[in-house]
Design a protein around this ligand. Structure first.
Ligand SMILES: Cc1cc2nc3c(=O)[nH]c(=O)nc-3n(C[C@H](O)[C@H](O)[C@H](O)COP(=O)(O)OP(=O)(O)OC[C@H]3O[C@@H](n4cnc5c(N)ncnc54)[C@H](O)[C@@H]3O)c2cc1C
Length: 407
């Protein structure tokens, strides 16, 4: 494999910090009225100019919410309310899933059951395959499935149409659609993806589903599509209501004077910019490398983002950089460099938890602590993310004030 990024990663959906900051600078002038007016129109692949295309970087915190909102607010003030609100949707979904991690595990369990059904039910398997291949005969859906495969990105509004058609027109389980998108997206995020699918299905805001409409699709795509046969009724999947919110998983904060190995993950690729961490006695920095998966835009993006973050962190702390192949490698390296603790950004509910659990066990055996850094941004936003988005939206001015960002 070569290290050449595909087109989508190089400029349009950047994942290195330098490229993301360039993308941000180019987008800032458009983050006000132009974004509010144009953000829902989908002009097709390579023409998503009305939106920031920063999700792949934000998902990995190659740039943070603060990095993005500071220049946007300084240029547009309240004129950027629509954009600010979208960035807070991300914080909202993250906080909501942290308060109900069982939704993630429930999704994984449901997939096991649905996979067993796919083995038995030929009609379901055929409909699923046609959807995956973009061979349903529904013009916009087939186009978007191909765009997703080829670029790893879909405009937010297109994602809503795809999910809605998947669930209500094709009658396929939302869980399968969420898995497909999660496996393809360059910005694949456990919270935003799972909860957005549930939102479209009518399972997040209970009883309120999103139904794709042919006329609106034609309008929002500049008449590129005229889909026929779309469902006219949203048949909401039968599922018990989500459990009540609980406190997010607690983390151990880093000891300020302990010799530290910094472990960088796709959940936080700019730990060195955190004032609280900048002065830690860091001995080395490390990433865990995963086997390459050329079909996964997200995996390639992770690799680029992690390598970029590793270089920046090593330069900042002036220490050596390492790559290991698994959680045990982290424990072995920590012992080798004489670290008393390993520090990582807080691992979100999602696939990263498995690595965290394995790393914690290996470190415990070696008598080395594992600390996770919870960002002030998350600590402030998550308590307001336990109900509907509007409860959080009402807090945005206070959250911005507290973060030193006045709109
Ligand atoms: C079915 C479905 C699946 C999705 N899966 C993901 C996912 O896996 N990862 C992901 O990051 N987003 C996901 N989203 C949300 C949204 O589509 C993307 O964040 C957005 O399209 C990214 O493009 P952008 O950076 O140009 O967004 P912009 O419009 O420029 O928004 C700026 C930032 O705000 C955040 N944001 C914007 N809209 C949303 C939203 N609706 N929900 C949460 N955050 C938002 C993103 O971080 C984005 O980068 C999903 C939406 C749907 C409907």
């Amino acid at each position: 494999m070569t290290d050449q990024p595909p087109v989508a990663l190089s400029g349009d959906h950047p994942v290195t910090r330098e490229a993301a900051l360039l993308r941000l600078a180019a987008f800032v002038p458009h983050a006000g009225a132009a974004y509010a007016a144009g953000r829902n129109a989908d002009h097709g692949p390579g023409r998503h100019d009305a939106v920031s295309r920063l999700s792949a970087a934000l998902r990995r915190r190659t740039v943070t919410e603060l990095d993005v909102l500071a220049p946007v607010l300084s240029r547009h003030g309240t004129g950027a309310d629509a954009f600010v609100s979208e960035v807070f949707w991300r914080s909202y979904f993250k906080g909501w899933l942290e308060a109900r991690p069982g939704i993630w595990h429930g999704w994984l369990g449901a997939l096991d059951r649905i996979d067993a059904r796919l083995m038995q039910d030929d009609a379901l398997a055929a409909a699923h395959l046609a959807a995956l291949r973009g061979e349903t005969g529904i013009d916009c859906f087939d186009h978007w499935m191909t765009e997703l495969d080829q670029t790893g990105y879909l405009h937010n509004w297109a994602r809503m149409q795809v999910a809605s058609i998947w669930i209500f027109t094709l009658g396929l389980p939302w869980e399968l659609g969420a898995r497909h998108m999660f496996g393809r997206l360059i910005d694949a995020d456990p919270a935003s993806n799972t909860l957005s699918w549930r939102w479209v299905a009518g399972l997040h805001t209970r009883g309120k589903a999103y139904l794709a409409e042919p006329g609106r699709i034609a309008r929002m795509t500049g008449d590129r599509f005229a889909p026929a046969g779309l469902a006219t009724h949203a048949s909401i999947p039968d599922e018990p209501p989500p459990p009540p919110a609980t406190a997010p998983r607690a983390v151990i904060a880093p000891a300020p004077r302990a010799r530290t190995l910094v472990w960088i993950t796709p959940d936080d690729c700019t730990l060195e910019t955190e004032p609280l961490l900048a002065q830690l006695p860091v001995r080395a920095v490390v990433i865990v490398e995963h086997p390459d998966d050329p079909a996964s835009h997200g995996a390639r993006a992770d690799r680029l983002a992690l390598n970029d973050a590793l270089t920046r962190a090593a330069l900042h702390w002036n220490v050596p950089a390492f790559r290991v192949t698994g959680p045990r490698g982290i424990a072995a390296l920590a012992a080798e460099v004489g670290a008393a603790q390993v520090l990582t950004g807080r691992i979100a509910t999602g696939p990263g938890l498995d690595t965290l659990i394995a790393a914690r066990a290996a470190l415990r055996q070696a008598g080395i602590g594992l600390a996770e850094h919870l960002r002030t941004w998350d600590r402030a936003a998550w308590p307001h993310a336990t109900r509907g988005f509007f409860a959080l939206r009402g807090q945005i001015p206070h959250l911005l004030d507290a973060a030193g960002l006045c709109s």
